[in-house]
Design a protein around this ligand. Structure first.
Ligand code: URA
Ligand code: SF4
Length: 213
Protein backbone atom coordinates (compact mmCIF):
# COMPACT_ATOMS: atom_id res chain seq x y z
CA UNK A 1 0.00 0.00 0.00
CA UNK A 2 1.23 3.49 -0.83
CA UNK A 3 2.09 5.47 2.27
CA UNK A 4 1.32 9.19 2.16
CA UNK A 5 3.36 11.63 4.24
CA UNK A 6 1.38 12.35 7.38
CA UNK A 7 -0.24 15.74 7.32
CA UNK A 8 -3.39 17.65 8.17
CA UNK A 9 -4.45 17.32 4.52
CA UNK A 10 -6.33 14.07 5.12
CA UNK A 11 -8.47 15.83 7.73
CA UNK A 12 -9.62 18.74 5.57
CA UNK A 13 -13.41 18.82 5.17
CA UNK A 14 -14.93 18.60 1.69
CA UNK A 15 -16.76 21.88 2.26
CA UNK A 16 -14.50 24.77 3.17
CA UNK A 17 -16.35 26.87 5.72
CA UNK A 18 -15.00 28.23 8.98
CA UNK A 19 -17.35 26.10 11.08
CA UNK A 20 -16.41 22.95 9.15
CA UNK A 21 -12.71 23.70 9.33
CA UNK A 22 -12.82 24.28 13.05
CA UNK A 23 -14.73 21.05 13.64
CA UNK A 24 -12.41 18.97 11.45
CA UNK A 25 -9.26 20.49 12.91
CA UNK A 26 -10.45 19.54 16.40
CA UNK A 27 -9.93 15.88 15.41
CA UNK A 28 -6.65 16.32 13.52
CA UNK A 29 -3.93 13.76 14.16
CA UNK A 30 -1.86 14.82 11.15
CA UNK A 31 1.36 14.88 13.19
CA UNK A 32 2.31 13.76 16.71
CA UNK A 33 1.67 17.08 18.42
CA UNK A 34 -1.97 16.34 19.21
CA UNK A 35 -0.81 13.70 21.69
CA UNK A 36 0.55 16.00 24.40
CA UNK A 37 -1.65 19.04 23.87
CA UNK A 38 -5.04 19.65 25.47
CA UNK A 39 -6.84 20.60 22.28
CA UNK A 40 -6.50 22.06 18.79
CA UNK A 41 -6.29 25.84 18.93
CA UNK A 42 -7.77 27.07 15.68
CA UNK A 43 -7.66 30.63 14.39
CA UNK A 44 -10.37 33.14 15.14
CA UNK A 45 -11.49 36.61 14.20
CA UNK A 46 -13.46 38.48 11.61
CA UNK A 47 -14.92 36.25 8.89
CA UNK A 48 -13.72 38.60 6.16
CA UNK A 49 -10.73 40.11 7.91
CA UNK A 50 -8.40 42.18 5.76
CA UNK A 51 -5.38 41.18 7.86
CA UNK A 52 -4.48 37.68 8.96
CA UNK A 53 -1.86 37.42 11.70
CA UNK A 54 0.00 34.14 11.92
CA UNK A 55 1.88 33.20 15.09
CA UNK A 56 3.95 30.12 15.82
CA UNK A 57 1.82 27.75 17.90
CA UNK A 58 -0.44 28.04 20.92
CA UNK A 59 1.32 28.61 24.24
CA UNK A 60 0.46 27.17 27.63
CA UNK A 61 -2.50 29.47 28.23
CA UNK A 62 -3.82 29.17 24.67
CA UNK A 63 -3.67 25.37 24.98
CA UNK A 64 -5.88 25.52 28.07
CA UNK A 65 -8.25 28.17 26.74
CA UNK A 66 -8.51 26.78 23.21
CA UNK A 67 -8.02 30.26 21.75
CA UNK A 68 -5.00 31.87 20.07
CA UNK A 69 -3.02 34.74 21.62
CA UNK A 70 -4.78 35.01 24.96
CA UNK A 71 -1.58 34.78 27.09
CA UNK A 72 1.34 37.22 27.56
CA UNK A 73 2.26 37.28 23.84
CA UNK A 74 -1.36 38.09 23.03
CA UNK A 75 -1.36 41.00 25.47
CA UNK A 76 1.74 42.45 23.83
CA UNK A 77 0.20 41.92 20.40
CA UNK A 78 -3.01 43.68 21.47
CA UNK A 79 -1.08 46.63 22.88
CA UNK A 80 1.07 46.96 19.75
CA UNK A 81 -1.97 46.72 17.47
CA UNK A 82 -3.71 49.48 19.41
CA UNK A 83 -0.61 51.69 19.17
CA UNK A 84 -0.36 51.02 15.45
CA UNK A 85 -4.01 52.00 14.97
CA UNK A 86 -5.19 48.56 13.87
CA UNK A 87 -8.69 47.62 15.01
CA UNK A 88 -9.41 44.12 16.26
CA UNK A 89 -12.46 43.86 14.02
CA UNK A 90 -10.21 43.89 10.94
CA UNK A 91 -8.24 40.88 12.07
CA UNK A 92 -8.10 37.16 11.95
CA UNK A 93 -5.48 35.63 14.25
CA UNK A 94 -4.08 32.13 13.93
CA UNK A 95 -0.93 30.03 14.24
CA UNK A 96 1.30 28.10 11.85
CA UNK A 97 0.93 25.03 14.07
CA UNK A 98 -2.35 24.35 15.85
CA UNK A 99 -1.21 22.21 18.79
CA UNK A 100 0.99 23.27 21.71
CA UNK A 101 4.40 21.61 21.66
CA UNK A 102 6.12 21.49 25.03
CA UNK A 103 8.50 19.65 27.30
CA UNK A 104 8.32 19.41 31.09
CA UNK A 105 10.52 21.74 33.09
CA UNK A 106 9.79 21.12 36.75
CA UNK A 107 6.08 21.78 37.07
CA UNK A 108 6.05 24.04 34.02
CA UNK A 109 5.25 23.11 30.46
CA UNK A 110 8.11 24.68 28.55
CA UNK A 111 7.43 25.78 24.98
CA UNK A 112 9.35 23.84 22.35
CA UNK A 113 9.83 25.04 18.80
CA UNK A 114 7.92 23.05 16.17
CA UNK A 115 10.04 21.20 13.61
CA UNK A 116 10.00 21.80 9.84
CA UNK A 117 8.06 18.53 9.47
CA UNK A 118 5.39 19.67 11.92
CA UNK A 119 5.10 23.09 10.28
CA UNK A 120 4.64 21.43 6.89
CA UNK A 121 2.14 18.89 8.30
CA UNK A 122 -0.04 21.65 9.73
CA UNK A 123 0.15 24.00 6.75
CA UNK A 124 -3.07 22.70 5.09
CA UNK A 125 -5.06 24.30 7.94
CA UNK A 126 -3.40 27.64 7.36
CA UNK A 127 -3.99 27.38 3.61
CA UNK A 128 -7.65 26.55 4.27
CA UNK A 129 -8.04 29.50 6.65
CA UNK A 130 -6.60 31.78 4.00
CA UNK A 131 -8.96 30.31 1.38
CA UNK A 132 -12.00 30.97 3.58
CA UNK A 133 -11.11 34.34 5.12
CA UNK A 134 -9.46 35.74 1.97
CA UNK A 135 -7.42 38.37 3.81
CA UNK A 136 -5.71 41.10 1.83
CA UNK A 137 -2.47 40.59 3.69
CA UNK A 138 -0.84 37.89 5.79
CA UNK A 139 1.40 39.06 8.63
CA UNK A 140 3.87 36.48 9.88
CA UNK A 141 4.84 36.92 13.51
CA UNK A 142 8.29 35.40 13.82
CA UNK A 143 10.37 32.77 12.09
CA UNK A 144 8.01 29.79 12.34
CA UNK A 145 5.13 31.63 10.69
CA UNK A 146 7.51 32.94 8.03
CA UNK A 147 8.74 29.40 7.44
CA UNK A 148 5.14 28.28 6.90
CA UNK A 149 4.46 31.13 4.49
CA UNK A 150 7.69 30.85 2.49
CA UNK A 151 7.93 27.06 2.59
CA UNK A 152 11.49 27.19 3.91
CA UNK A 153 13.53 28.64 6.77
CA UNK A 154 14.10 32.38 6.26
CA UNK A 155 15.82 35.26 8.04
CA UNK A 156 13.33 37.69 9.56
CA UNK A 157 15.52 40.75 9.43
CA UNK A 158 16.10 40.34 5.72
CA UNK A 159 12.35 40.20 5.05
CA UNK A 160 10.98 42.89 7.33
CA UNK A 161 9.66 46.16 5.99
CA UNK A 162 8.26 45.22 2.59
CA UNK A 163 5.57 42.95 1.14
CA UNK A 164 6.45 39.57 -0.39
CA UNK A 165 4.56 37.30 -2.69
CA UNK A 166 4.83 33.68 -1.57
CA UNK A 167 3.19 30.36 -2.39
CA UNK A 168 0.74 30.91 0.45
CA UNK A 169 -0.55 34.38 -0.50
CA UNK A 170 0.23 37.31 -2.81
CA UNK A 171 0.93 39.83 -0.03
CA UNK A 172 2.90 38.59 2.95
CA UNK A 173 4.63 40.74 5.57
CA UNK A 174 7.07 39.46 8.15
CA UNK A 175 7.78 40.92 11.57
CA UNK A 176 9.03 39.78 14.97
CA UNK A 177 7.07 37.57 17.31
CA UNK A 178 5.73 39.37 20.40
CA UNK A 179 7.22 36.58 22.58
CA UNK A 180 10.65 37.40 21.15
CA UNK A 181 10.10 41.03 22.19
CA UNK A 182 9.14 39.91 25.71
CA UNK A 183 12.12 37.56 25.99
CA UNK A 184 14.70 40.39 25.83
CA UNK A 185 16.25 40.52 29.30
CA UNK A 186 17.46 44.11 28.91
CA UNK A 187 14.59 46.62 29.29
CA UNK A 188 16.17 49.13 26.89
CA UNK A 189 16.59 46.46 24.22
CA UNK A 190 13.10 45.20 24.90
CA UNK A 191 11.60 48.64 24.41
CA UNK A 192 13.59 49.08 21.18
CA UNK A 193 12.33 45.76 19.82
CA UNK A 194 8.79 46.64 20.84
CA UNK A 195 9.00 50.01 19.04
CA UNK A 196 10.26 48.22 15.93
CA UNK A 197 7.31 45.85 16.14
CA UNK A 198 4.81 48.73 16.39
CA UNK A 199 6.55 50.49 13.48
CA UNK A 200 6.25 47.35 11.32
CA UNK A 201 2.54 47.09 12.14
CA UNK A 202 1.98 50.76 11.39
CA UNK A 203 3.68 50.50 8.01
CA UNK A 204 1.56 47.44 7.14
CA UNK A 205 -1.57 49.41 7.99
CA UNK A 206 -0.38 52.28 5.79
CA UNK A 207 0.38 49.86 2.96
CA UNK A 208 -3.20 48.58 3.17
CA UNK A 209 -4.65 52.07 3.24
CA UNK A 210 -2.64 53.08 0.20
CA UNK A 211 -3.69 49.93 -1.62
CA UNK A 212 -7.31 50.58 -0.78
CA UNK A 213 -7.18 54.16 -2.07
N1 URA B 1 2.44 32.49 20.71
C1 URA B 1 1.98 32.17 19.48
O1 URA B 1 2.73 32.09 18.52
N2 URA B 1 0.70 31.95 19.34
C2 URA B 1 -0.17 32.01 20.33
O2 URA B 1 -1.36 31.79 20.09
C3 URA B 1 0.32 32.36 21.60
C4 URA B 1 1.63 32.58 21.77
FE1 SF4 C 1 -2.87 18.32 13.08
FE2 SF4 C 1 -1.46 20.56 13.14
FE3 SF4 C 1 -2.17 19.41 15.41
FE4 SF4 C 1 -0.30 18.31 13.90
S1 SF4 C 1 -0.18 20.31 14.95
S2 SF4 C 1 -2.01 17.24 14.86
S3 SF4 C 1 -1.05 18.77 11.83
S4 SF4 C 1 -3.56 20.31 13.90
Amino acid sequence: MRRLARSARTFLPAQLSMAQLRESAAGCTGCDLYQCATQTVFGEGAGRASMMFVGEQPGDQEDRAGRPFVGPAGKTLDKALAEAGIARRDLYVTNAVKHFKWEPQGKRRKHKKPSATEIAACRPWLEAEIAVVKPRVIICLGATAAQAAFGKAVRLNELRGRPWSTSIAPIVFVTVHPSAVLRHPDPVEREREYRGFVEDLRSIRLHLQLKAA
